[in-house]
Design a protein around this ligand. Structure first.
Ligand code: GBH
Length: 483
């Protein structure tokens, strides 16, 4: 039996990228170092010692890369602006940096692709990290200065504004586990960073509204979160139940509750009560009025979804699957409360990253957001998978596993829409194979293959299939396949 699953009129089919992962050109036209330029020089931080100096050389190849989006029938393109190109040294604006993004937006508008701009996808100027980074409240205000500079330059071209990409990663991978830049392993500092990131988000929303960024003017302001679906490994084990609760608290509710309900969850306060940052209770970071700033209404919620998580309190390493990738750096395994959670594999298929494939968790997550929070329209701003790819002699990449992964998740998304969740777009992560953070170039997430030696781009089978979905605004027939 075959069925055709149609998506709502005007549904966005896009691809997503991030500045540091694709641009290269790390030291030209006035760009100054970001925390990732510094972190990639730390011995052992990145697999194979890779860095983003050249990456996909997108800075010089941008028009051809946008032409790929056209070829793939995409009607939206999500990119991020590099803060260190725009406000180097947190000083005056750098016109050459801004000009690149103006050209990018123009290139998109010329071919009818909607530009979807993210202000912060992890490349903090190093000079701000030197002053304390996201654990310094002042960084939230510097983020406002930068955001307004970008807005003033691009508001005539860009209608869709996202403040942060995945503050969970910036805060907890950056300041608690140390697996990402700036590589600090300081426990509850991750919560302080998370608060300042969200404060920065709220302050930027507020200032953009004052500059006229409202739906009445055709503008949309939002944020992108990476959220998970935590499941206790043994539901009958109170310790596993508690591990799942803590995972939910530190992954989902620590962002969704302030954003949509103007408060931090009580259980987080209990888990981390008594913990200090730089000699003072970490809660000193939360000033009167901050939660009102964070909770002001937004127009769009971006959801990045990769996998659910089976959570356990057991430290037994034999519960972990062999295929789990060990981060290159000896990351601190603790959560912000100083305790661990383990993630035993559940017998599900896994991607090249060792992440479990669980598309039904995407449906579950979307239903939960609708039921538990007053959410604005949702966009899936990232979903995709890494697999090892080979270019065959005839110049093709037969990435059936990736095609199937995307197919299954788009189906799960359709299921949520059919059950009444207002989801208006899907951006595949990612357009091009690129610099995959701590894993360097070893993991390929692109729907377009990149040969880094020649910078040759080759659309993979998944891209050609996705182009058909985008053109039809529908999944043509009922097929999922194995991953
Ligand atoms: C996104 O984050 C990023 O926005 C993007 O830049 C990146 O390239 C892309 O994903 C692919 O990684 O190791 O089992 O503990 C991903 C969010 C959250 C997904 C944490 C992996 C940990 C899995 N990530 N999660 S595990």
């Amino acid at each position: 039996m075959t069925t055709t699953l149609h998506f709502p009129d005007g549904f966005l089919w896009g691809s997503a990228t991030a500045s540091y992962q694709i641009e290269g050109a790390h030291d030209i036209d006035g760009r100054t170092p970001s925390i990732w330029d510094t972190f990639t020089r730390v011995p052992g931080a990145i697999l194979n010692g890779d860095n983003g100096d050249v990456a996909c050389d997108h800075y010089h190849r941008m028009p051809a890369d946008i032409a790929l989006c056209t070829q793939l029938n995409l009607n939206a393109y999500r990119f991020s602006v590099a803060w260190p190109r725009v406000r180097p040294d947190a000083g005056p604006a750098n016109q050459k940096g801004l000009d690149f993004y103006a050209r990018l937006a123009d290139e998109l508008l010329d071919v009818g692709i909607t530009p979807w701009l993210t202000l912060y996808h992890w490349d903090l100027p190093q000079v701000l990290e030197d002053a304390g980074g996201w654990t310094n409240r002042d960084t939230a205000y510097r983020f406002v200065d930068y955001a307004l500079t970008v807005f003033d330059a691009l508001a005539d071209r860009v209608d869709h504004w996202t403040t942060l990409n995945e503050p969970w990663c910036s805060a907890f991978l950056g300041y608690t586990s140390g697996q990402h830049a700036p590589g600090r392993q300081e426990g509850v500092a991750g919560l302080v960073a998370a608060h300042h990131l969200m404060l920065g988000h709220g302050l930027v929303v507020d200032e953009l509204r004052r500059r006229g960024a409202t739906p009445d003017n055709g503008k949309q302001v939002g944020i992108t979160l990476n959220l998970t679906v935590p499941t206790p490994i043994n539901p009958g084990d109170p310790d596993d139940l508690d591990a799942a609760r803590r995972l939910d608290a530190f992954s989902n509710r620590v962002f969704c509750d302030p954003l949509f309900a103007g408060r931090y969850p009580d259980d987080i306060a209990a888990d981390v009560s008594g913990l200090t940052f730089q000699g003072r209770p970490w809660t000193d970071a939360i000033a009167d009025g901050d939660l009102e700033v964070i909770a002001q209404p937004i127009d769009a919620l971006g959801v990045n979804f990769y996998h659910g998580d089976g959570a356990s309190a057991s430290a037994r390493t034999d519960l972990l699957g062999d295929e789990v990738l060990t981060p290159p750096r000896a990351a601190s395994p603790a959560q912000p409360d100083g305790r661990r959670i383990t993630f035993p594999r559940r017998g599900l298929p896994v991607t090249g990253m060792g992440w479990e494939v669980q598309p039904a968790a995407l449906t579950e997550l979307l239903l939960r957001l609708r039921d538990e929070y007053a959410v604005p329209p949702i966009y899936i701003t990232e979903n995709g998978a890494a697999y090892p790819d080979v270019v065959t002699p005839d110049g093709a990449v037969h990435d059936e596993q990736r095609r199937s992964f995307i197919d299954l998740h788009v189906r799960a998304l359709h299921d949520a829409i059919a059950r009444g969740v207002d989801v208006r777009g899907y951006f595949v992560w990612t357009l091009l194979d690129n610099f995959e953070w701590a894993w360097g170039y070893s993991q390929r997430f692109g729907i377009v293959h990149v040969d880094y030696a020649t910078q040759q781009r080759t659309p993979k089978d998944s891209a050609l299939w996705f182009a058909g979905v985008a053109a039809a605004n529908a999944l043509p027939e009922s097929r999922g396949g194995d991953t």
